[in-house]
Design a binder for this molecule. Structure first.
Ligand SMILES: Cc1cc2nc3c(=O)[nH]c(=O)nc-3n(C[C@H](O)[C@H](O)[C@H](O)COP(=O)(O)OP(=O)(O)OC[C@H]3O[C@@H](n4cnc5c(N)ncnc54)[C@H](O)[C@@H]3O)c2cc1C
Length: 474
């Protein structure tokens, strides 16, 4: 029996598999596509995801193939300067096309020993006390102790475990596609600028090899959700810009709506949901892919501890307790953004007002922190203001904090030199450092970089170590 089956080899599933492999979990990714996706959906990584990549030693790979962008806001189409007071050592996002992100995550998962089986579609699932059996479209089956559905918005796993997906259906749809154009860049830029005065769901963005990414509102909402045709693009481009820019040779044509839904539960027994399988929302603010890999980052170490048999009571349930609110917040903010992207006078007035508000540094910091997800705080009870937040990177006497987190272990950063993690040294690193950028005596970090404890009392520390990492070894 495998330890974990990850269903779906998109960004969420690949990130999760790599996290599990850091702890030697025996994991297989089942992916129904025969080939990697080339769809230009997610446009990049926000600051928190950049931090995650740094925490796992992956950032250099992303920097080598991505442009940095330092834009604040990104809320309802409003862009502002980056808020200087946002507390991160990575004050930027990375423009990384989704296929590139998936390639890098795939490479890393494989390097760490993940088996990725393409052409494997999950069609059935049943669980009992000891494990979960999945049934594949080719009639074969596979069994594991845990299964995680990372199989996207139409998740088969979610349906198979009977989890409701309540929310709002789509009211508007947008066509998105990659294709070539014959119009020259100046004509395109002028036409797009004119349309954007009243319609922000419109764009013609040049990409690699002469292929442009086209975004244009659809004519209504397609009942059958079928892929659009090139003629549909031509018709809508003419309706909005007066020209179809000579679009031809489509590579990928799709439509997306503004439906917002969130799974009622992220866990049923031994089966979990993560990424789009757990939440869908419009792509405003570019948060979906980021949210999914952050789900994976939260679940990976917890599931690994459960497989290892050392997970403290209730640890697996903290996944739902922590990530459901994080998902709900994104669902909510995308709803608000869609209101602001309307073309009526009310939406325009709202956008203007919001834009003026975002000129206040505090508002800009709040909104940018939310979109970049660096302000996500898990409810770990009363305590120090850092408790539950992710810890920013800090310079140490030698090196940086994030460089010490590549192995996905817990970490005690101790300025006192008087504390000890004896009994947990196999799971938690102890770094004694005067760290001038840290103004607390000591901080205990979970493998996902969130602060589990702040203080200097050894007895308190022992309680928190037990709470998050299980019993001490003899
Ligand atoms: C137009 C658009 C623009 C976007 N822009 C951004 C952006 O800028 N930034 C951002 O963060 N996000 C963006 N997103 C959202 C982002 O693309 C998704 O949130 C992200 O792909 C979710 O990753 P995932 O791994 O959870 O799911 P998916 O990427 O959907 O991956 C699921 C995988 O599961 C596989 N699968 C499905 N069913 C089965 C099955 N039964 N058995 C086996 N395998 C299965 C699929 O083939 C797929 O590979 C955008 C989305 C759209 C539509």
């Amino acid at each position: 029996m495998m330890d974990v089956i990850v269903v779906g080899g998109g960004p969420t599933g690949l990130m999760l598999a790599a996290e599990l492999r850091l702890h030697d979990v025996n994991v297989v990714v089942l992916e129904k596509r025969d080939e990697p996706s080339t769809e230009s959906r997610g446009q990049g990584l926000h600051a928190r995801s950049v931090e995650l990549m740094d925490q796992r030693g992956m950032l250099d790979r992303f920097l080598a193939v991505s442009e940095k962008f330092q834009v604040g806001g990104l809320f309802g189409g409003i862009m502002k300067p980056w808020p200087e007071s946002l507390d991160t050592a990575h004050p930027y996002g990375l423009a990384t096309p989704q296929p590139v992100t998936e390639r890098l995550l795939d490479e890393r998962a494989r390097e760490l020993g993940t088996e990725i089986r393409r052409g494997s579609e999950v069609v059935g699932l049943s669980q009992d006390e000891d494990g979960v059996t999945v049934e594949l479209a080719d009639g074969t089956g596979l069994r594991a102790r845990y299964v995680v559905g990372c199989d996207g918005g139409r998740s088969a796993v979610r349906k198979l475990i009977g989890v409701d997906f309540p929310g709002e259906p789509a009211t508007v749809e947008t066509l998105l596609g990659d294709m070539e154009v014959t119009a020259d860049p100046a004509t395109i830029a002028a036409a797009v600028a004119e349309v954007n005065k009243t319609q922000l769901r419109f764009g013609v963005t040049p990409g690699e090899n002469g292929v442009c990414r086209i975004v244009v509102p659809a004519d209504g909402v397609a009942e059958d959700r079928a892929a659009p045709t090139l003629d549909e693009f031509r018709q809508q481009l003419r309706a909005f810009a007066g020209t179809d820019f000579g679009v031809h040779s489509p590579r990928w044509l799709s439509r997306f709506g503004d439906a917002t839904r969130q799974a009622e539960r992220y866990r049923v027994g031994r089966v979990f949901l993560a990424g789009d399988a757990a939440h869908i929302h419009p792509p405003t603010g570019g948060q979906g892919l980021n949210l999914g890999i952050q789900d994976a980052f939260n679940l990976g170490w917890k599931l690994a501890a459960a497989v290892d048999g050392r997970a403290p009571e209730g640890l697996l349930d903290t996944y739902q307790a922590e990530r459901h609110p994080a998902g709900a917040r994104v669902v909510e903010n995308t709803r608000a953004q869609m209101m602001m992207l309307g073309t009526d006078a009310g939406a325009t007035a709202l956008r203007k007002l919001f834009s003026r508000l975002m000129d206040f540094e505090e508002v800009n910091r709040y909104v940018t922190g939310m979109i970049a997800a660096v302000d996500v705080r898990y409810d770990l009870g009363e305590g120090h203001e850092l408790l539950g937040l992710r810890m920013r990177d800090v310079r140490l006497k030698e090196g940086r904090l994030y460089e010490l987190m590549h192995g996905g272990r817990g970490l005690l950063l101790d300025r006192t030199g008087r504390l000890s993690v004896e009994g947990w040294a196999d799971r938690v690193d102890h770094v004694v450092d005067a760290a001038e950028e840290l103004d607390v005596p000591a901080v205990l970090l979970r493998p996902d970089g969130h602060v589990a404890w702040v203080g200097e009392d050894q007895r308190e520390l022992l309680d928190r170590l037990t709470e998050w990492f299980g019993a001490a070894e003899d």
